[in-house]
Each structure stands twice: as structure tokens, then as C-alpha cells.
Design a protein around this ligand. Structure first.
Ligand code: SF4
Ligand code: SF4
Length: 411
């Protein structure tokens, strides 16, 4: 995830160039990059993108649509940074260079702009969620492409299939929360969970309620889609709104890895802002991913002896926040966990990437699907609605070999 604030101005590409200066073009990142694996061209890789950044900063490459298109072709998955001997933060450079290109060219691609506008308006997100809920009730959502309306598997259907009717409605044990006893917990319901995975979101709320009373303040998008597509001002506006909306909470828990990843890093974006720096620091310090919170609070999942899971690590959770052990601990308590080959390899979702680049996203997903099928697990579990969109698609394509579910639905 991005860890430092961008600088733009007379040399708009200077900040991005500073990030990639450590790249010595060794190529260690090439086999790690999921995009280089599906498009064997240099510009798909981190090394190629870093060279483009330098070219832009040194005036050797014009800041045009072609450059913008090449630099939008990145999942921001951070696999390159993990593999890189010098830990060059290519994903951070991509966010900064996209912003600089948007500042220079005056706009971001049309679809990203449109998505950004919708997600800025709480009423539109609420309307979208209500419309999709209506379509699901009428079974009309199947007429829409699964990339737009994923086929969510409900917890009720999962329990029916894997545990038998005796366990329906049974509640998990309620230990005393170990995290800040008496802390005021608030649920941050991201746009993806609200609109696309309402059953999973209800499961999260059911679990939170078992641990302690929680608030659900009205709040906007976390702003990550805006940040990823050169809409920094919109991101900052949303961040300020979120800081205010959660002022009264001691802990802000979210079940979206992308939301927790971006909200935990708000501080850096306000580092030079004397008014918002303090509130942003306080806000980021109280953000927790759901699994992080549940393990710290001593939550004991209900165990289903015949359930077999495999787990896909969301990039923003594993590499972005170092949260790998907590979801596994919960899943091992809930059933049998079978590790997935290439478990941290991006699924190809990455926000709107799967809409912008459907062929590349599908090719990446194909490998993920084969790996999931190779485990023989009944359910592939993840902790991010962005990944769940892709994994539900893989489940559809697998024709019943497995289901895809959010972790809150199986624990
Ligand atoms: S962030 Fe991911 S997609 Fe982008 S260059 Fe690095 S490895 Fe490739
Ligand atoms: S990003 Fe890192 S791994 Fe990739 S070419 Fe540059 S120095 Fe090597």
C-alpha cells in the first residue's frame, strides 16, 4: 500500500521517479508479476513501468494517453516489490505517476472517472445496493454480467450444504473481547460489501454483535478507487469525511482488505497538513481488519467438522498489511484448511482492473482457478470483496467444484 504523500508541481513526475530510482533493471521482479506472466512484454512488468516513469520524468517520453494506458496496466499487487532485492515500491510509483498524468492530461480514463463519481456519493451507493438487492430477490441479477453482479453464495446455503440443518442459526461462543475492553467498536462497511456481498456483510455484523455492541456510522467510500486512478482531491475529501464520521469510535473494524489497507495509511497523505495530520493519525491507528480484530478479541468460530477450505490471500491484506496468520487461525478453528498453491498471487480483480482489462484478468483467474481446484477444497475463502468478485466467477466456471465465500460467512 502507498506509504508516502505525493508531490506534484512544476516537475509532476519527480516524486514517482524518486520512488523508482533504486531500480537497477535486474529483472528479478519479472517472474513475480502476474501481468508479465500473461503478457510477455517489458512494459507489463515492474522493470518496464519503472523505465517509463524515468522516461516521463526525464522528458524522453511524452505524457500522453499511450503512456497513461501502459501505467494503468498494473494491479498494484506489490508482488514485484516483495520479489525485488532493493524493495523498489513500484506500486507506490504507479499511484503517483497516474496522479501526475491525470494532472497533466486533465482526466483519468472514462470508466474510472465514472466509477469514482458514483462511489463519491453515498446516496448513489445506497441506491445501487437497494437496486441490486431487489434484482437478487427477483432472480434478475443473473441477467447482468457476473463481473458487475457476482453470484454471492449465502451463509445459509453454505450451512445447508456443508453442515446439515441441525446447525442452522447456531451461534458461536461469546468470549470477552480482549481488545480494549469496553472500547467503542464501529463497522466500516465498504461499498463493495454493501452493494455486491450483502450476505457477507450481514455475517460480519452478526459476528461483531456477538462480541460487543457496535456502531455503524453513515460514511462514504474509503477512497482507494479514487487514489488508484489519479483522483487525489476526491480521495482526500472522502478521507476527511471518514475521519469525522468515526470520531467517536475507539476501533474501526472493516471486512474489506482494500478499505482497511487504505484507511490504515491515511496518515501519510496528511503528513504536511497541520489541521488534518493529527486527526488522520488518530483515525488510522484505530483501523483493524476484521480477522485481525476477531483474533485479538478471542473470537471462537463455530466448527463444522466436514467443512474444507482453502484461502486466497488478498494483496492488500497479506502484502499490504502483513495479515496472513489471523484468517488461517480462524479457518483452522472452523474446519479443515488446505493451503493453496501460489496463495498470494493476485487473482486479477484489483478494483476495476477486471473491467478495464477483462482478458488479462481472465487469464490470471484461470491459473487461480486451477490452483483452487487442485486443493479439492469445498470453499475458497477470502477477505476482500474485490477478490471475491473474481473468485465467485471462478466458482461459476468450476461448475460446482467449489464455492467462493467471504471469511465472515464461514466462521
Ligand atoms: S504491482 Fe503487481 S502488476 Fe504491478 S508491476 Fe508490480 S507485480 Fe506487476
Ligand atoms: S523493480 Fe526491483 S526487481 Fe524489478 S528490475 Fe527493478 S530492481 Fe530489479
Amino acid at each position: 500500500m502507498v506509504t508516502s504523500a505525493p508531490k506534484t508541481g512544476p516537475a509532476p513526475f519527480a516524486a514517482a521517479k524518486a520512488k523508482v530510482l533504486g531500480c537497477d533493471r535486474c529483472g528479478t521482479c519479472l517472474p513475480a508479476c502476474p501481468l508479465f506472466q500473461v503478457q510477455d512484454v517489458e512494459r507489463a512488468s515492474a522493470r518496464g513501468k519503472n523505465a517509463l516513469v524515468r522516461g516521463l520524468a526525464e522528458g524522453l517520453i511524452p505524457p500522453d494517453r499511450e503512456a497513461q494506458e501502459a501505467l494503468e496496466f498494473c494491479l498494484l499487487c506489490r508482488a514485484c516489490t516483495d520479489a525485488c532485492p532493493g524493495k523498489v515500491p513500484t506500486d507506490e510509483a504507479m499511484v503517483q505517476v497516474r496522479q501526475a498524468l491525470a494532472d497533466t492530461l486533465g482526466s483519468t480514463p472514462l470508466r474510472s472517472r465514472w466509477i469514482g463519481r458514483v462511489l463519491r456519493r453515498r446516496r448513489l451507493v445506497g441506491l445501487g445496493a437497494a437496486t441490486l438487492a431487489g434484482l437478487r430477490v427477483a432472480e434478475l441479477h443473473r441477467l447482468l454480467p457476473p463481473q458487475l453482479v457476482p453470484r454471492e453464495t449465502s451463509r445459509r446455503a453454505y450451512l445447508k450444504k456443508h453442515a446439515g440443518p441441525a446447525l442452522l442459526g447456531a451461534s458461536a461462543p461469546r468470549p470477552e473481547p480482549a481488545v480494549h475492553p469496553g472500547a467503542k467498536v464501529a463497522y466500516f462497511q465498504g461499498c463493495g460489501m454493501k452493494m455486491l456481498f450483502p450476505d457477507a456483510s450481514r455475517s460480519t455484523q452478526r459476528i461483531l454483535a456477538q462480541l460487543s455492541p457496535f456502531q455503524q456510522p453513515d460514511h462514504p467510500c474509503c477512497g482507494l478507487p479514487h487514489l488508484a486512478h489519479g483522483q487525489r482531491e476526491a480521495f482526500l475529501d472522502l478521507a476527511r469525511e471518514n475521519i469525522q464520521a468515526f470520531e467517536d469510535a475507539d476501533l474501526v473494524v472493516t471486512d474489506c482488505a482494500s478499505c482497511s489497507g487504505s484507511l490504515k495509511h491515511l496518515t501519510s497523505w496528511f503528513a504536511e497538513d497541520p489541521i488534518w495530520r493529527g486527526p488522520a493519525e488518530r483515525f488510522s491507528a484505530k483501523v483493524m481488519d476484521l480477522t485481525e480484530y476477531l483474533v485479538a478479541a478471542g473470537y471462537q468460530p463455530q466448527r463444522l467438522p466436514d467443512a474444507t477450505f482453502t484461502y486466497h490471500d488478498p494483496c492488500h491484506l497479506a502484502r499490504g498489511q502483513g495479515i496472513r496468520q489471523q484468517p488461517r487461525q480462524l479457518l483452522k478453528q472452523a474446519g479443515k484448511l488446505i493451503e493453496l498453491a501460489e496463495k498470494e498471487r493476485c487473482c486479477g480483480g484489483s478494483g476495476s482492473f477486471h473491467l478495464e482489462h477483462p482478458e488479462a484478468a481472465a487469464a490470471i483467474l484461470q491459473r487461480k482457478q486451477a490452483n483452487i481446484e487442485g486443493t479439492g477444497a469445498q470453499v475458497v475463502v477470502t477477505a476482500c470483496p474485490g477478490c471475491l468478485i473474481q473468485l465467485t466467477r471462478a466458482a461459476d466456471q468450476s461448475e460446482g467444484a467449489f464455492q467462493a465465500m467471504h471469511i465472515s460467512q464461514v466462521i
